[in-house]
Write a protein that binds this ligand. Structure first.
Ligand SMILES: Cc1cc2nc3c(=O)[nH]c(=O)nc-3n(C[C@H](O)[C@H](O)[C@H](O)COP(=O)(O)O)c2cc1C
Length: 315
């Protein structure tokens, strides 16, 4: 077989020699060299054995991040330092975060339900579910999931130059109280809510439409999954990271902190929907660029970093 053979000829050849696919897979997984093997002094075992054959063609950004992100305020990249929470300059970034929210045109959400399910029961009962029934979610269910993921739960008094102020605190911890992750709802089948994209505004406990007139989104166009019937999902949650919201203080570590925070929010979302008797499944395979374009995020300073489908399961 030559390299000039057509795709059909190659597929036919591979069908007849199925073992070659496994050999290629093994080679890709275990024998390729790190893209950083020539350029970094850090040679963690994984970095040496994983990677790509053609580093110049396709970088391995996750590995680059882990090898290069800084954890010490003595390194370049830390603008305000990791160690000071109460410094004037530090708290000035986190006070008055409510002023970023918009009231006019926002959709008010019902009060979140106070869930009585015990913590051990919710943690132990949480399971990813992929068989959605297509039953609509109630607006109160959406509100309850959002509040548990991002709701405002308290206030921290701080001192700033012109006197006293407060930092509004939420259900999930955040480095410096900066809350760089925003939750966007892609409503597909929620009672009382026009299908479309909405940003959750935690201070007002409201939804703000991403488009002036909500534009319905077909989840099946954004997802690369064969395991979920996307049109039966009630709503998806998109986690958007605003890089400047925390990297201004934490430099390169901002991204790492944000990903930690995404995990906390997602876990609260899962525990709340478990207590509500709903199913959900995180998704790693989705059209990041298409989604960012749809949501008006530039994919440079504001990234979609995670995606969770939520709805009712088949009984
Ligand atoms: C970041 C992340 C990405 C995931 N991506 C997918 C996915 O694309 N498709 C899928 O079916 N499940 C996905 N999952 C769900 C995992 O498959 C699931 O959590 C894992 O199998 C453990 O099962 P459990 O959640 O029921 O405990 C993802 C989970 C996480 C945390």
């Amino acid at each position: 077989m030559s390299l000039k053979d057509s795709q059909e000829a190659v597929s036919e050849y591979l069908d007849q020699h199925a073992h070659l696919a496994s050999v290629a897979m093994f080679g890709q997984q275990h024998t390729s060299i790190s893209v950083y093997s020539t350029s970094t002094v850090v040679r963690a075992p994984e970095a040496v054995v994983r990677g790509r054959w053609s580093p110049t063609v396709n970088g391995f950004i996750g590995e680059e991040l882990l090898l290069n992100h800084r954890r010490s305020g003595r390194d370049l990249g830390m603008q305000l330092g990791v160690s000071r929470y109460y410094g004037h300059d530090a708290v000035l970034s986190s006070v008055h975060s409510d002023l970023r929210e918009r009231e006019h045109g926002a959709v008010e959400l019902p009060e979140p339900r106070r869930l009585k399910t015990g913590l051990t029961s919710a943690v132990g009962g949480r399971r990813s579910g992929r068989r959605f029934s297509g039953r609509a979610a109630g607006l109160d269910e959406l509100a309850t999931v959002l509040w548990h993921g991002q709701g405002v739960t308290g206030e921290l008094p701080v001192t700033v130059q012109d006197g006293a102020a407060t930092v509004a605190l939420r259900t999930v911890p955040s480095g410096g109280g900066l809350y760089p992750i925003r939750l966007v709802v892609l409503a597909q089948n929620v009672k009382g809510l026009a299908p479309g994209a909405y940003e959750y505004q935690p201070h007002g406990h409201t939804l703000y439409p991403v488009h002036p007139t909500p534009v319905p989104v077909a989840l099946s166009d954004l997802l690369w999954t064969a395991d979920v019937e996307a049109d039966k999902v009630s709503f998806a949650l998109v986690y958007v990271y605003d890089l400047y919201a925390n990297s201004q203080k934490y430099g390169d570590s901002g991204l790492v902190f944000a990903l930690i925070e995404v995990g906390g929010i997602a876990q609260n979302v899962h525990l709340a929907r478990t207590a509500l008797g709903m199913i959900a499944c995180d998704q790693g395979g989705y059209d990041k660029q298409g989604l960012e374009q749809f949501l008006g995020q530039d994919g440079m300073s504001r990234h979609v970093v995670h995606f969770t489908l939520v709805g009712h399961g088949e009984v």
